[in-house]
Design a protein around this ligand. Structure first.
Ligand code: 13P
Ligand code: SF4
Length: 302
């Protein structure tokens, strides 16, 4: 493995490439990653970088977002099977039909979606800025696709905005039940409960903190507490355990695993970079329309 890590590092230098890795990736990928974080943070890195090649250790919509933002860069996805179950729940036709019923209502699109879907929306959001994005629209009604849980959570926080949601979700987070949280509270009464907003809103309502993967990691960084229950994908739990050995972390359920996120290996990263394969390409019209949606998000001050 050491040899492989060295080979990737050398290739990155030779080819002026960077590796962006989501915090749900297999933890050994951090060894060669230039930036590790949540989807908003990684999008911003894709926007800023001077690299010629971006290798995206994440899922398809993330690499596609990097290409939308940075069209002149070569964006590679080491494993093309790394999709997102939530993004697959809405296609272009379903998107068009959904918004047809609500003319003149702004459409907010969670970043976990395809470029074709984003192209039909007014503004994008991620789990870390969804509240600010909806607020920035200054309206009392929005459509929200595809994550019904995040949309309903935003509605609960804002009170005076009606959020009409599409019926999509992340099966990994959607499976967490109120009883799981209640049981963990009983077992670990002093622990802080840190929850990703892709969980059902009734689950999120029980959290001490609700936020994106980077938000959860930052919460631990700033906290003086010693024990935390992690209610998101296992990659976040693995990184927290590695980085804070003096604290205790409990993963809410053993099966908090996004199989797509775990597909990417160091071997595949090396292969993609060495041969410059698995490049993300986009129809320019779709790219431009989906870019407007993302660019509008990136311009909202948070
Ligand atoms: P973040 O915005 O927290 O990175 O979440 C992305 C994701 O896919 C969570 O399931
Ligand atoms: Fe998609 Fe869920 Fe995996 Fe995130 S955890 S990439 S929403 S399937």
């Amino acid at each position: 493995m050491k040899n492989l890590i060295e080979k990737i590092k050398t290739l990155k230098e030779e080819k002026n490439a960077i590796v962006l890795a989501h915090s749900y990736q297999n933890i050994e990928i951090d060894e060669i990653a230039d930036f590790v974080g949540d989807s908003l943070y990684l999008s911003k890195q894709a926007e800023k970088t001077n690299a010629d090649i971006i290798v995206f250790a994440g899922v398809y919509f993330m690499a596609q977002t990097a290409k939308i933002i940075s069209p002149s860069k070569k964006v590679l996805l080491p494993n093309l099977h790394a999709g997102c179950l939530m993004a697959d729940m809405i296609n272009h036709e379903q998107m068009v039909n959904f918004k047809k019923n609500y003319p003149d209502t702004p459409v907010v699109c969670y970043i976990n979606s395809t470029a074709e879907v984003k192209a039909e929306c007014d503004i994008c959001c991620t789990s870390s800025n969804a509240l600010d994005i909806v607020k920035s629209l200054n309206t009392n009604r929005v459509l929200f696709v595809p994550d019904a849980n995040l949309g309903r959570w935003v509605e609960k926080q804002l009170k005076d905005v009606e959020v009409i949601t599409y019926d999509g979700n992340c099966p990994v987070h959607h499976a967490v039940k109120v009883e799981d949280i209640e049981l963990a509270r009983k077992k670990y009464p002093n622990a802080k409960m840190l929850i990703h907003p892709e969980c059902k809103p009734e689950v999120s309502a029980l959290g001490d903190y609700v936020g994106s993967t980077s938000g959860i990691i930052d919460y631990v960084k700033k906290s003086h507490d010693k024990q935390f229950v992690i209610v998101t994908e296992k990659g976040v739990f693995d990184r927290l355990k590695r980085d804070y050995p003096d604290r205790e972390f409990i993963l809410i359920k053993d099966d908090m695993l996004c199989e797509s996120m775990k597909l990417t290996t160091l071997e595949e990263i090396w292969h993609a970079l060495e041969y410059e394969v698995n490049e993300i390409t986009l129809d320019e019209d779709i790219r431009l329309r989906s870019y407007n949606c993302i660019d509008r998000m990136l311009k909202v001050p948070v």
